[in-house]
Design a protein around this ligand. Structure first.
Ligand SMILES: O=CC(=O)O
Length: 314
């Protein structure tokens, strides 16, 4: 009997995951990034499952085009805002993701980005390599310490909790957070108003889009440092650029932005008080390998009609 067909949307998935999948599926690796929409739509037809990442949009057209054979989308990510959940439900397709596997490593990235932004690492490094090291001024390249500061975390899910645990060793004066689950101790408006450092680590959905909007940016302290490791659309980026231009906030560290990849003519690129990373929150070899294996197992679970390691309830 022939095996069901599975499409892997990128060519860099490790053998460990691909080999697992090949035991149960006819696997085809087809790099969506190198193909037109039409080619992708042709390719998905007749597939049982699709193995993807946040950089592959899974919209209704794609799901519909795959036809009734499509039973599962496995995304190698915590976030699933690139998947049309309504269409998934409508066509009876299950969705697996890799929640929690990458929380620790994303928290490591966040702490790195927070310090790099607060202490101006990239600006300082640029000054050094361009011969602008000023050893005569004791306040040259001074940033702000995290110690004794108020840190606000917007979204205290698994990643937010990992960040908070790591911050615990920094001797901060207060941790503020907002979260969906329990009754938050502050409102988001109070959090942005009171924090010296604001970390956005919330999932993107209809309720959280532009959670950091123009009004909230206007409420921030003039030295506040804002870090986003969730999704670009959590922040009104145009309002953020204006605030940075007018020096109304201290600095910004972004691992996620709009759009991705960010065009080189975007004003954020040239701003000295901005640190930009190319969405590498979970980019450690160990974590990405584990995420790929769990994604493969999630997909296989659907073939076996059993529970996934992590399934999105549609
Ligand atoms: O962006 C990364 C993820 O959602 O895992």
């Amino acid at each position: 009997m022939s095996k069901p067909q599975l499409l892997v949307a990128m060519s860099s998935v490790p053998d460990l995951a691909i080999d697992l999948l090949r035991e149960r599926f006819e696997v085809e690796v087809f790099d969506f990034k190198q193909a037109s929409k039409e080619e992708i739509l042709n390719k998905v037809h007749g597939k049982f499952g699709i193995f993807c990442s946040p950089w592959h949009e899974i919209d209704e057209e794609l799901i519909k085009n795959a036809g009734s054979s499509l039973k599962v989308i496995g995304t190698m990510s915590v976030g699933y805002d690139h998947v049309d959940l309504i269409a998934m439900k409508k066509y009876g397709v299950r969705l697996g993701h890799t929640s929690n596997i990458s929380s620790e490593v994303i928290a490591e990235t966040t702490i790195g980005l927070l310090i790099a932004t607060a202490r101006r690492f990239f600006e300082a490094n640029h000054a050094l390599i361009t011969g602008e090291w000023k050893d005569s001024d004791i306040f040259w390249m001074c940033g702000r310490s995290i110690r004794n500061s108020i840190v606000g975390i917007v979204g205290c899910g698994n990643i937010g909790i990992s960040i908070a645990k790591k911050l615990n060793s920094f001797n901060i004066s207060q941790l503020l957070y907002t979260s969906r689950g329990e009754k938050p101790e502050v409102t988001i408006d109070e959090l942005v108003e009171q924090s010296d450092f604001i970390i956005v680590s919330v999932a993107l959905n209809e309720d959280t889009k532009y959670i950091i909007n123009r009004k909230r940016i206007a409420k921030m302290k003039s030295h506040a440092v804002l870090v986003n490791i969730g999704r670009g659309e959590l922040i009104d980026q145009d309002a953020l650029i204006e605030a940075l231009r007018e020096n109304r906030i201290g600095g910004v560290g972004l691992d996620v932005m709009t759009p991705e990849p960010l065009p080189l003519d975007n004003p954020l690129i040239k701003m000295t008080n901005v640190v930009l990373l190319p969405h590498i929150g979970s980019s450690s070899i160990e974590t990405r390998t584990e995420m790929a294996v769990v994604t493969a197992k999630n997909i296989i679970a659907v073939l076996d009609n059993s529970a996934m390691t992590k399934e999105v309830q549609l």
